[in-house]
Design a protein around this ligand. Structure first.
Ligand code: AHM
Ligand code: MG
Length: 329
């Protein structure tokens, strides 16, 4: 059986899908495809560790140690190790920006891609068996390969992303990504060790009823955000907030909704990180027909000045984000 839109057999694996669309990338040499495979593979390893976290208490310590001392690490540190190792061994990445590493990791190789990654987001949910995720962005480096990675290579605006996506470790594990030609979602079958295309050409509903925000911080929100929340209260919206960005984002992508993390009294420039949280999801949502805004401007156009910089974010269904923006005007 074939899917009539793009002629793909139902049940296509991630590998076959990547191969099938490799030629769509400008200057494709297979390295970006390999990078996506590296991410998918590291995601399988992290998935395994997330699933057994409760069993062997990976969120704390198991009292014994492997040769690298890794079993003593918290799960987010362990996920960082898994992804960095995959990128380092793969050879396609020239530098890595990670939430877990203060400094940019320069791999001093001929890799032509820059990766920004949050290896395990939603850290407050790790210990309590709630969905968590990995978020990634991929950029092509601007300087020639073989020369040292420059500041300009690393601090690129989100519009320069060549691929981005996330892994969601939920009731099932999913990889959702875009290379700028729509968004596709793959569900991991642990019995076969394969990701299968399950959500083809994902589109976020133009409008929705779900808003996701940590409303307890409302006293510190900008007035336009509180005014928009009043609109939501008056128009029979539903509040849904897991506190795990990937999970909240993914639900809203499927059902229609808006996720908001504005500036607050505690986080005066916003909480979420531009380079490895906001940009990737902004690329995905735009590719799915939605929007991502700071309230005043498009997330993807922010030129970063720091790899760990934060920004306010309003992301989701187009009509909802536009309405939120209207309160800022
Ligand atoms: P983290 O990178 O430390 O895990 O923080 C990011 C998380 C997001 O997953 C989530 O949406 C947000 O922080 C929740 O923050 P809060 O607890 O302030 O509502
Ligand atoms: Mg994070």
């Amino acid at each position: 059986m074939e899917d009539s839109r793009i002629g793909l057999p139902i049940g296509v694996t991630l590998d076959r899908f990547i191969k099938r669309f490799q030629d769509d990338f400008p200057y494709a040499t297979g390295e970006l495809s390999q990078l996506l495979r590296d991410i998918a593979l590291a995601g399988k390893v992290v998935n395994r560790e997330v699933n057994k976290a409760g069993l062997i208490n990976l969120s704390g310590s198991i009292g014994s140690d492997n040769i690298q001392g890794e079993d003593q690490q918290k799960l987010d540190v362990l996920a960082n190790i898994r992804f960095i190792r995959a990128f380092t061994k793969g050879g396609e990445a020239g530098a890595i920006i990670s939430e877990e590493d203060e400094k940019v990791i320069d791999l001093h190789n001929r890799g032509k891609y820059i990766i920004a990654i949050d290896p395990l987001d939603g850290s407050s949910n790790i210990d309590v068996n709630v969905s968590i995720g990995t978020i990634f962005s991929i950029y092509r480096r601007l300087s020639p390969v073989g020369t040292p990675v420059t500041k300009e290579d690393v601090l690129q605006p989100g519009t320069n992303q060549v691929a981005a996506g996330y892994l969601l470790y939920g009731s099932s594990t999913m990889l959702v990504y875009t290379t700028g030609k729509g968004v596709n979602g793959f569900t991991y079958d642990p019995t076969l060790g394969e990701y299968f295309l399950s959500h083809q050409d994902m589109r976020i509903p133009d409008d929705g009823k779900i808003y996701s925000i940590n409303e307890a911080s409302c006293l510190g929100f900008p007035d336009p955000v509180n005014e928009y929340l009043t609109y939501c209260h008056e128009h029979a919206h539903n509040s849904r907030y897991i506190g795990s960005l990937v999970a909240d984002f993914h639900r809203n992508l499927l059902k229609g909704g808006i996720y908001m993390y504005p500036t607050t009294a505690t986080y005066t420039t916003g909480k979420l990180r531009l380079m490895y949280e906001c940009n990737a999801l902004a690329f995905v949502v735009e590719q799915a027909g939605g929007m991502a805004s700071t309230g005043n401007s498009r997330i993807l156009e922010i030129v970063p000045n720091n790899v760990h910089q934060r920004c306010p974010i309003f992301i989701g269904s187009k009509v909802m984000v536009e309405r939120l923006e209207s309160y800022f005007m």
